[in-house]
Design a protein around this ligand. Structure first.
Ligand SMILES: C[S@@+](CC[C@H](N)C(=O)[O-])C[C@H]1O[C@@H](n2cnc3c(N)ncnc32)[C@H](O)[C@@H]1O
Length: 242
């Protein structure tokens, strides 16, 4: 599958390594709004199995710090080495709330389908992320979200999936509307929110995920059938450090 101007992925490789709605498709869309130049230093936060890190390195020739919690650095290093990208992508195992980087180090932070797990509190941006960016640096985040708030609680068709999701999270559900994210990010005086938008590739990115031979994807099929395009959205946020 081809993304961006020059990045091809073997379809099987892509389908084997997706962990949610096609992250490369989402990255290709949101990064059209970001000016990345060769050799810039980019943090790919919550990179999972590194698909977006591979896309960033190939498409933009940037230096990528592929950072994740659930996937070990050694596993990702193997994938990057197999593709000859071990000099361009540095794999790390780290918690987004304890990142081991110098302040002012990155030109950009990209986070696809993971920010909602750790970034949904008022302190996150200013305490953990903004300090790592150079002045003028960019944050680009794509996350699952809601088209609009539920007015009458969680709709009955979604309730079983919601309850299961909350059990896995051991806490409250972490998807919100674009308005909710806008309000959260506008609390920070250290960034300027440039855009908060709905991804046009939302439907396609989900369809591609549901085609994967992955037990989580199989579980999501019923949820997406029940949801039927009425409630879910994929939200993109692009901000600049002041
Ligand atoms: C649904 S997966 C998406 C992975 C990848 N971005 C993709 O789209 O294929 C969510 C990712 O968020 C990462 N994550 C969740 N909480 C995290 C935390 N506290 N610090 C770093 N990464 C975290 C997990 O390790 C996981 O890989």
């Amino acid at each position: 599958m081809r993304f961006g101007k020059r990045t091809d992925f073997d379809r099987n490789f892509l389908m084997e390594n997706m962990m949610g709605p096609n992250c490369v498709r989402l990255a290709a869309e949101i990064l059209q709004k970001v000016s990345l130049k060769p050799d810039m230093r980019v943090l790919d936060l919550g990179c999972g199995k590194g698909l977006t890190s591979i896309f960033l390195a190939r498409e933009f020739d940037v230096q990528v710090f592929a950072t994740d919690l659930w996937i070990e650095a050694t596993e990702n290093y193997g994938r990057f080495k197999d593709l000859g990208l071990e000099e361009e992508i540095i794999p790390l195992h780290a918690d987004a709330r304890a990142l081991p980087f110098a302040h002012g180090y990155f030109d950009a932070v990209v986070s696809i389908d993971s920010y909602h797990y750790f970034g949904n509190t008022p302190d996150y941006l200013d305490t953990h992320l903004v300090p790592l960016l150079k002045r003028g640096g960019t944050i680009a985040v794509s996350i699952p979200g809601l088209i609009r708030d539920f007015t009458d609680g969680v709709p009955a068709v979604l309730k079983p999936f919601w309850e299961k999701w909350e059990k896995e999270l051991q806490g409250e559900m972490n998807i919100y509307t674009a308005e909710w994210w806008t309000r959260l990010w506008e609390r920070s005086s250290n960034i300027t929110l440039e855009e908060c938008f709905s991804h046009t590739c939302h439907k396609q990115a989900w369809e591609e995920w549901l085609e994967c031979d992955n037990p989580y994807a199989k579980e999501d099929i019923e949820m997406m059938k029940a949801e039927n395009g009425q409630y879910f959205n994929t939200i993109g946020l692009v901000a600049r450090k002041n």
